[in-house]
Design a protein around this ligand. Structure first.
Ligand code: HEM
Length: 506
């Protein structure tokens, strides 16, 4: 008979040792993730997240440091909150973090053809080239200057009427109409706000899209809920999509008809829709575009340009109302440079350094997009840690703007900090402590347009008016509303008081 005892002992004593060793080796081999709180099964750190993600991340990073790793359901997220890490992740490892997140809402609403959410590849490069050289290039921006000027005049005349009547104005609403009308005319040669026509619906849709993109959908983050619609999320985004699609189909259809009737060679300023239809009809183009691409791109640009631009002007005005000494200094600068004969113009911007400093200070404290969001396409080693492929990356620029290690007295609104001799911090993406437009290849292509619109609008608002709160309230509430963008929580209602009335024609 075979003696099995040694075999039994070996199995009993050696096998557990082998298993423990294998586990230890696998733990050792497992990538070392950046620090973070203990995560729960299935939901990960979902229970720790408050309504405002950038504020939650700021609080967590005060315990776990400037580089953290969290799990939101089954999605791994790296969070960086200092300028050195921002530089390392977004510059040194730029290509690793050149993708963006995808959710069911994003894919559906953007026809899976978005530029802003496209992976870094041929389609993205093609649209980037058209948008920087054509739609948002300096030639097109100059061609559309009369449109921007006319819209600004229209806006100032509305404010003058309110001032004359001593009425309160919803500044938030009117700024959104202004920025939306500017971008919708560049895109489709039509005003989409305050017209009382079917196009008016677009602004509401754009708002709803921005909101839904910023919300968490359980089906996206908990794998076994993938096919469930527990929050009615799918129903909501399908409804938005249906309405947007119907509107855009009718706009594109009208344009196609108009193009057929138009004689060849007729001279006119081309809008983005024309540029896209040219590519769509050109069978020799490097990239084959479909109608869905065109609809997705219009949505991309309308959503990217409307809220962001309006939000920063509104925050600037709110800060000025709470800091009247800064407001007076800015008004004095405008009066000296522009005078009392005419309304400020875009070309005055370079000669208004104090106003530019106010804009930078507003971007520092209130970046309209509080976090730069990217996704990694491969593993990446940072400060001895590994950020695995397919992780989301959040660079918390909101927290960096409020960090006392980066800025003196960060919570004070002091535009003078940008006017120190030898100070050259700007917002173009090269100074990693101030990145309101992001940085690198995936940085914002609308920066030139925004940096024409924002200073001119704010300057005109304070050149022509002083601003009072209704009911004699003394301080503007500065609470933020959670979401993908960070606007003020409540709409800003103010009474404009005329200080200079320019002669304008709408
Ligand atoms: C104050 C106004 C604006 C702010 C603060 C802003 C901010 C940003 C930020 C932070 C990003 C992400 C950058 C990154 O990942 O590095 C971005 C991307 C983008 N922005 Fe803007 N933006 C503004 C205005 C505009 C305007 C006026 C347009 C278009 C007309 C625009 C079009 C876009 C597009 C298409 C992207 C996606 C680019 C890509 O993924 O490659 N933005 N913007």
């Amino acid at each position: 008979m075979v003696n099995v005892q040694p075999l039994l002992y070996a199995t009993l004593f050696i096998l557990p040792l082998v298993i423990v060793k294998a586990i230890l080796i696998s733990i050792k081999k497992r990538p070392k993730l950046p620090p973070g709180p203990v995560s729960l099964p299935v939901i990960g750190h979902l229970h720790l997240l408050g309504p405002s993600l950038h504020q939650t991340f700021q609080t967590l990073s005060s315990t776990y440091g400037p580089l953290m790793y969290l799990r939101i359901g089954s999605v791994g997220c790296a969070v960086a909150s200092n300028p050195d890490l921002a530089k390392e992740l977004l510059k040194t490892h730029e290509l690793t973090f050149s993708a963006r997140k995808h959710t069911a809402a994003i894919d559906h609403l953007t026809y899976s053809s978005s530029f802003a959410f496209a992976p870094y590849g041929p389609y993205w490069k093609f649209i980037k080239k058209i948008s920087t050289s054509e739609l948002l290039g300096s030639r097109t921006l100059s061609q559309f200057l009369p449109v921007r000027t006319k819209e600004l005049h229209h806006f100032i005349m509305l404010l003058s009427d309110k001032a004359k009547a001593g009425e309160t104005l919803n500044v938030t609403e009117e700024l959104l109409k202004l920025t939306n009308n500017i971008i919708s005319q560049m895109m489709m040669s039509m005003r989409c706000s305050g017209t009382g026509t079917q196009a008016d619906g677009i602004r509401t849709l754009v708002r709803q899209v921005t909101e839904i993109f910023g919300e968490f959908n359980v089906s996206d983050i908990i794998w076994f809920c993938k096919n469930l619609d527990l929050q009615g999320f799918r129903k909501r985004f399908e409804d938005i999509h249906r309405r947007y699609d119907a509107l855009l189909e009718s706009i594109i259809g009208d344009r196609e008809e108009a193009r057929k009737k138009k004689r060849k060679g007729e001279d006119e300023v081309k809008d983005f829709l024309d540029m896209m239809l040219d590519v769509l009809e050109d069978h020799h183009s490097d990239m084959h575009l479909t109608r869905n691409h065109v609809k997705a791109l219009i949505l991309d640009f309308l959503t990217a340009a409307t809220d962001t631009t309006a939000i920063v002007v509104e925050w600037s005005l709110a800060e000025l109302m709470n800091h009247t000494e800064v407001l007076r200094k800015a008004q004095k600068e405008i009066d000296q440079v522009v005078g009392k004969e005419r309304l400020v113009e875009e070309s005055d911007g370079a000669r208004l350094p104090y106003l530019q400093a106010i804009i930078k200070e507003t971007f520092r404290l209130h970046p309209p997009i509080p976090m730069i969001s990217r996704k990694s396409i491969q593993d990446c080693k940072i400060s001895g840690y590994t950020i695995p492929a397919q992780s989301l990356l959040f660079v918390n620029i909101w927290a960096m703007g409020r960090d006392p290690k980066v800025w003196d007295e960060p919570l004070k609104f002091q535009p003078e900090r940008f006017l120190k001799p030898n100070d050259c911090i700007d917002v173009k993406g090269l100074h990693y402590q101030l990145l309101p437009f992001g940085t690198g290849r995936r940085g914002c292509p609308g920066i030139s347009l925004a940096m024409q619109e924002v200073p001119t609008t704010l300057a005109a608002m304070i050149q022509c008016f002083d601003w009072k709160l209704p009911g004699g309230a003394a301080v503007v509430d500065m609470a933020e509303r959670p979401g993908l963008t960070a606007p003020r929580a409540q709409d800003l209602h103010c009474v404009p008081v005329a200080r200079f009335t320019p002669t304008l024609t709408a």
